[in-house]
Structures are given as structure tokens and as C-alpha cells.
Design a protein around this ligand. Structure first.
Ligand SMILES: Nc1nc2c(ncn2[C@@H]2O[C@H](COP(=O)(O)OP(=O)(O)OP(=O)(O)O)[C@@H](O)[C@H]2O)c(=O)[nH]1
Length: 486
């Protein structure tokens, strides 16, 4: 090995020390005898540990903070390569038989697969597996894709030939489509690119990578017979350069961004601990985590609101899904608490239910805080029909102030009729309003109801109001639909 000049050696050593220093400093910096210059260049250890720390798949932050990652992920998918065709020759017996036994010759000739015009059909390699992403009701987050972010479909089978054309020769097997389930409401985009699909309904699917075509087969023939053989077959290549098509075509590899947007008719919003999860559990079959500390809800929970039996046969029209979103705090629109990630999930809701802890010190201020956060994130959220639920009225401190609270909250907002036209148009969420409006300028609540979702007090009255709000939405959307023939 050529000797390094001493200056290179020094800079190499310095580089090594620096590297070592960077990696060990956090653990060692509080030790009494730490001396940067006394480190020995154990470079191998440092270099080995570094990529492991940096690797996102190994990063424990995904495990510690799942709420930050459950709804967005980048994955890579690869469709399968096509299987190869084969270069085949005609069986030897054919020429041997052709000398004498004419009958046998006819039999051999007819045993090959032929097209309607009598030309030979040669086998092809199998098609590579496509990759499809589909909406599956059984999935509720994208978390699992952080552990496994790469998906490869299988390649197509080759033409299994011993180089001789026989009547038993089959096409290579086509590889199965690789189907990747994602939660309903997942938006699929090319990484930093165009939107591919919005999988908003169960069973919606999108083909994200197409498998490679299988290669074709060729008949090998001595030059003097080539012309005649080519005329006999349908898929013989006619150009020397095309010979490459015997090999299967490669599959495609794409990087995709998956973004989950919760699809729910009703969105529950409120400060942490207001009782949103308890409300969801009280009126649906959902089983969210409930506890007496803020941010128990880290990911949106979904529940199904059954139809109203008093409507008779029309009860199913009042069925709805309800999402309990993590608590909002002041500054949520800027990313404080768990806010910003979740505010976008309100985008597809039709009706909002503000849950307010009526036993809190200043419930009106709490209510205003949440409204202000919604306004700052996307003022369109304040245009949606909503009701206010003053919760925990089983507690005396809430029960006593219920009448005054109801009155005060009912007065916040204008009487402008809310037409509920909010879900038909999908607007991009934007963080700041173009023209500043006060909370008072937006529509007032459709209803303010006092309940205790924990003790089941006045829960039916609340359900009635939620259903009335949903009905109002669908009625006004119907009214907005252009009538036939117009
Ligand atoms: N007394 C009383 N307590 C209630 C009522 N509803 C909820 N709680 C309690 O309030 C606490 C918080 O309830 P959750 O349903 O977890 O509140 P949350 O709004 O979902 O909280 P985050 O997940 O932090 O957003 C729990 O201890 C509940 O038992 C109620 O009607 N009355």
C-alpha cells in the first residue's frame, strides 16, 4: 500500500477523532476525565453504530410517539418482472419422420398449438405481479407501514422449456397481484408528486405499479429455413434487435406517500379531558381509551351511530360515523399538543360536536379556545353545522351554571343560516384566513345541550340534536343539487 503523506494521515486521524467524538459525547460529556484528545481512533465501532441510529425503521421515536406517524408514511412498491420466454427449436423427430412416414409427420405437426390461420403459437413468459392499494375496513392506521415500508410483487414464471418446442409447453405462470390494504380515507400520492387516488370508500382501489410483460418465445432455425418458419408463427420476432423481448420486461418501482384522512360524518372536538371519548363510547359501540388525564386519545377513534328507530323504515338514513379526535389546545393550529396532525381530519366531517367540560373553571373560554384553533387552521370549519354539548352536568358545579352557560354559548355566533354546504367541495386546508372574521361572525350553534355522557343524563336529547344537524346537512345539500333538466 502506498504510504500516505503525513498531512493526510493527520487529517484522517482528526476526521476519525471528530467522528468518534460526535458519537460518544452525549454519553461521556458528564464524565470527570473526559478529554477529547485522549480518544483512540476506534473508528470501526463508530461507523457501525451510526447508520443504525439514523435508520428510521429502527428509530424508537415511532414507537414512543405513534400519534405523530399514524396518518402519514412514505412507502416503496415494486411490481414483478415479467417471466422470460424461450428460444426454441423444432423437435428433431420431425425432420426424421419427414423422410418416410408422412402420416406421422401430419400428426406431429398438428399437435402444436396453432392460431386460426395455422401459424404456431409459442408460449410467453408470465406477467409480473401488479401492485394494488385498496381501502380495507379492518385497518385503522398507517403505523404498520413504518415497520415495513417496502413491498415487492412476485415476478412472472419463465417458459419452462428444454429449448425444444413441444405440445406440452405452457406459458409461464402469471404472478398474483400484490394487494396492500390501507384504512378507508387514505390518499395515495406519488412521493412529492401527483395525487393517484383518494380511497374514501371500502373496496376503493388503485393500481400503483404495473407488472412487467412476459417475454415472448422465438423459434430457432437454420438460416435457410428461417424465412419459412417465421411465416409459420404468429409471435416470432421480425427484427434482430427485438430478440431482447425474449426476456421479461422489468417491473416498475415507485415511492408513494400515503396520507390518512379520517372519513366521518360527525367530528367530536374539544379540549383534552372534556369527555369526547366517553361520549363516543356512550352512543356507539366504539371502545376508545378513557382516562382522567389529557391526551388519552392519541389517534382518532371511529364509532358508528345507529339509525333512529323512531323513523321506522327510514331509520337507516340517520346512521352516521363519528370520530373522536384528540384534544385540541391553544396553539394546536401551529402544531402544539397533538393538534395540527388532527385538525386536518375534520376536513371530511359534515357536522361538528363541540364537547365542553361544564364543570371546568371557565367553560366559555374553553369553548372559545377550540373555536379559535379551528378558525386559525381552516375558517371553513366554523361554517359547518355544529352543536355544543355541555358535559358533566352530573357534577354540582356544572349543574348550577348550566342555564347561564347555555345562554352565553348560544349567543356566540351570528344568526346567519348555515346551509351545511361543506363536504361537497373539497377545499385545501389552509392555516390562515384570507379575511379576518371574529368567531362571532360565524354561525351560532344549532343547539346547546347539557348532558352527562358518563351517567347517561339527557343523552337521548343530545342524539336527537346530532341527528337533526345531520338531516339539515343532507336536506340543504339536496336542495343545492341541480334539478334534472335544468
Ligand atoms: N363526572 C363526569 N365525568 C366524566 C363525564 N364524561 C367524561 N368524564 C370523565 O372525564 C375524564 C376524561 O374523559 P375522556 O372521555 O377521556 O375525555 P377526552 O375529551 O376524550 O380526553 P382526551 O383523550 O384527552 O382528548 C374521564 O375520567 C371521564 O370518566 C361525565 O359526564 N361526568
Amino acid at each position: 500500500m502506498a504510504a500516505l503523506p503525513s498531512s493526510s494521515f493527520l487529517s484522517l486521524q482528526f476526521g476519525i477523532r471528530k467522528l468518534f467524538f460526535i458519537h460518544l459525547l452525549p454519553e461521556r460529556c458528564c464524565h470527570r476525565n473526559d478529554n477529547y484528545d485522549s480518544f483512540r481512533p476506534y473508528t470501526v465501532k463508530c461507523r457501525v453504530t451510526r447508520p443504525k441510529e439514523a435508520s428510521p425503521a429502527n428509530s424508537s421515536s415511532f414507537i414512543r410517539e405513534p400519534h405523530k406517524y399514524f396518518d402519514q408514511v412514505i412507502i416503496t412498491v415494486r411490481s414483478g418482472d415479467g417471466g422470460h420466454g424461450a428460444i426454441l427449436s423444432l423437435p428433431k423427430q420431425r425432420s426424421a419422420n419427414s423422410k418416410g412416414n408422412d402420416k406421422d409427420k401430419t400428426r406431429k405437426k398438428s399437435s402444436f398449438k396453432r392460431d386460426f390461420d395455422g401459424s404456431l403459437i409459442l408460449p410467453t413468459g408470465g406477467h409480473g405481479g401488479d401492485v394494488v392499494i385498496y381501502a380495507d375496513e379492518g385497518k385503522d392506521s398507517l403505523l404498520e407501514f413504518h415497520a415495513k415500508g417496502r413491498f415487492n410483487a412476485k415476478r412472472g414464471g419463465n417458459v419452462d422449456a428444454m429449448c425444444v418446442l413441444t405440445s406440452q409447453l405452457h406459458d409461464g405462470f402469471a404472478a398474483p397481484t400484490l394487494r396492500i390494504p390501507v384504512p378507508i380515507g387514505t390518499v395515495v400520492k406519488h412521493k412529492r408528486g401527483k395525487l393517484l387516488a383518494d380511497l374514501a370508500q371500502p373496496g376503493d382501489e388503485v393500481l400503483v405499479a404495473r407488472g412487467g410483460h412476459g417475454g415472448i418465445s422465438l423459434l430457432e432455425a437454420p438460416d435457410h429455413r428461417k424465412k419459412r418458419l417465421m411465416a409459420l408463427t404468429t409471435n416470432v420476432l421480425r427484427d434482430d434487435n427485438d430478440k431482447v423481448l425474449v426476456l421479461g420486461q422489468p417491473g416498475e418501482e415507485v415511492s408513494l406517500e400515503l396520507i390518512l384522512r379520517v372519513v366521518a360524518d360527525v367530528g367530536l372536538v374539544g379540549l383534552p379531558n372534556a369527555g369526547k371519548s366517553t361520549l363516543l363510547a356512550a352512543i356507539t359501540h366504539a371502545k376508545p381509551d378513557i382516562a382522567d388525564y389529557p391526551f388519552t386519545t392519541l389517534m382518532p377513534n371511529l364509532g358508528r351511530l345507529d339509525g333512529d328507530p323512531t323513523l321506522g323504515a327510514a331509520m337507516y338514513s340517520s346512521e352516521a360515523t363519528m370520530a373522536d379526535l384528540p384534544g385540541l389546545i391553544e396553539g394546536a393550529h401551529l402544531g402544539k399538543g397533538l393538534g395540527r396532525n388532527f385538525l386536518r381530519h375534520l376536513r371530511r366531517t359534515r357536522v361538528l360536536v363541540h364537547v365542553v367540560d361544564a364543570a371546568a373553571e371557565d367553560p366559555v373560554n374553553d369553548y372559545r379556545t377550540v373555536k379559535e384553533e379551528l378558525r386559525m387552521y381552516n375558517p371553513e370549519y366554523l361554517e359547518r353545522p355544529y352543536i355544543v354539548v355541555l358535559n358533566k352536568i352530573d357534577l354540582p358545579e356544572a349543574r348550577d351554571k348550566l342555564p347561564s352557560l347555555t345562554e352565553e354559548i348560544s349567543r356566540i355566533g351570528s344568526d346567519k343560516v348555515n346551509n351545511g354546504d361543506n363536504t361537497g367541495k373539497e377545499r385545501e386546508d389552509h392555516p390562515a384566513p384570507k379575511t379576518e372574521k371574529e368567531i362571532e361572525d360565524y354561525p351560532a350553534p344549532l343547539a346547546v345541550v347539557g348532558v352527562s355522557v358518563l351517567k347517561g343524563i339527557k343523552v337521548n336529547g343530545m342524539l336527537k340534536e346530532i341527528r337533526a344537524a345531520l338531516k339539515k346537512c343532507s336536506d340543504s345539500n339536496k336542495a343545492l343539487e341541480p334539478s334534472e333538466g335544468r
